[in-house]
Design a protein around this ligand. Structure first.
Ligand SMILES: NC(=O)c1ccc[n+]([C@@H]2O[C@H](COP(=O)([O-])OP(=O)(O)OC[C@H]3O[C@@H](n4cnc5c(N)ncnc54)[C@H](OP(=O)(O)O)[C@@H]3O)[C@@H](O)[C@H]2O)c1
Length: 300
């Protein structure tokens, strides 16, 4: 199959491209810069120049593809703005795929579920959750099931990890280094779902190959690792104090991370495993922290 992938040059996208190529698919990847195009070519993907903000570029590639995986997200922009661009990109691709029965796998996150309880695939987005801005993208995607698209949504755990300093835990390490304290909020009992990058990539490939229209899938390997356990590990490795920060001082300490760091957001993937036979097999987050390159100069 020819698969159009957006965000293929990113942390998770690169692993998805490898999965697709290894399974015998042909990958056409969106690239918004010559640097990204070079990385993608080195990965043996064909490059489609374009941008999330250029719907015509998305439509043209989607039209020529047998399936689409959408991972690109404007992480440097204000969250609401990036979420709006995401929703518009999904709508543009969906218009082209409508009536074709072709697969369309869209990225979301478990952070849009109600905090304080184990979120499942059947749970709808919660307007008060830290990830609520992405609810519109999910709704736009899932509505395509009624328009003849084999659409599925993959909600990623907020900690997608591998042996490099990236994502949520990478930002926690950066904060610990900057402040000289490895902090947690309150009693640190907040639970953080995690998934290994390779397991997440395999789920995207499985979704493209066989998820029924309208599926909501959870890329969750561990339902919830406690924030305090993560902070203790980081403090131990950096040789700095591990301390609690009261909730009302979390913003001053963690900055942009504060709204998510203090949230208890566990999630499960039982239904996903049953539906697609997906079985996460990568190391857990604390294992990756113990054996990876999170703490080496090269990762800063
Ligand atoms: N990493 C995590 O822990 C995590 C957790 C939950 C959800 N997610 C979600 O998973 C998806 C992939 O995340 P990631 O960690 O792989 O992100 P990433 O490493 O930051 O990669 C983002 C990708 O989006 C592309 N992109 C950004 N703005 C674009 C634009 N205007 N036009 C076209 N492409 C654009 C980037 O292209 P360039 O190479 O040109 O920059 C890159 O390929 C995102 O939706 C993210 O929010 C990630």
């Amino acid at each position: 199959m020819q698969v159009f992938v957006t965000g293929a040059s990113g942390f998770i996208g690169a692993a998805v491209v490898t999965q697709l190529l290894d399974a015998g698919h042909h990958v056409v990847a969106l690239a918004r810069s010559p640097q990204s195009a070079e990385r993608l070519t080195a990965q043996r993907a064909d490059v489609h120049p374009g941008d999330l903000d250029d719907p015509d570029s998305l439509r043209a590639a989607a039209k020529a593809a047998d399936g689409v995986i959408h991972l690109a997200f404007q992480h440097g922009e204000p969250y609401d703005q990036a979420a709006g661009a995401d929703r518009r990109a999904i709508a543009a691709i969906g218009d082209v795929l409508a009536g074709s029965g072709r697969p369309f796998v869209v990225t979301s996150g478990t952070l849009l579920l109600a905090p304080g309880r184990v979120g499942t695939e059947a749970d709808p987005p919660d307007p008060a959750s830290p990830g609520a801005a992405r609810a519109g993208a999910e709704q736009t995607a899932l509505a395509l099931a009624d328009r003849g698209v084999r659409v599925s949504v993959v909600r990623l755990a907020p900690s997608v990890h591998d042996q490099v300093r990236r994502g949520f835990v990478g930002a926690l390490i950066d904060t610990a280094e900057r402040t000289g304290i490895s902090a947690y909020v309150g009693d640190g009992s907040q639970r953080w779902p995690t998934v290994h990058r390779q397991d997440a990539a395999r789920l995207f490939r499985l979704a493209m190959d066989s998820a029924p229209a309208g599926s909501v899938l959870h890329a969750v390997g561990e339902d919830g690792v406690r924030l305090r356990a993560i902070a203790e590990f980081i403090g131990g490795r950096l040789g700095i104090p591990v301390r609690s920060v009261p909730a009302d001082q979390a913003e001053a300490h963690f900055g942009r991370l504060s709204s998510v760091v203090g949230t208890d957001a566990p999630a499960s993937s039982i239904a996903t495993r049953r539906l697609l036979g997906w079985q996460p097999s990568g190391p857990g987050l604390l294992d990756d922290l113990a054996h990876g390159r999170f703490f080496t100069e090269a990762q800063r």
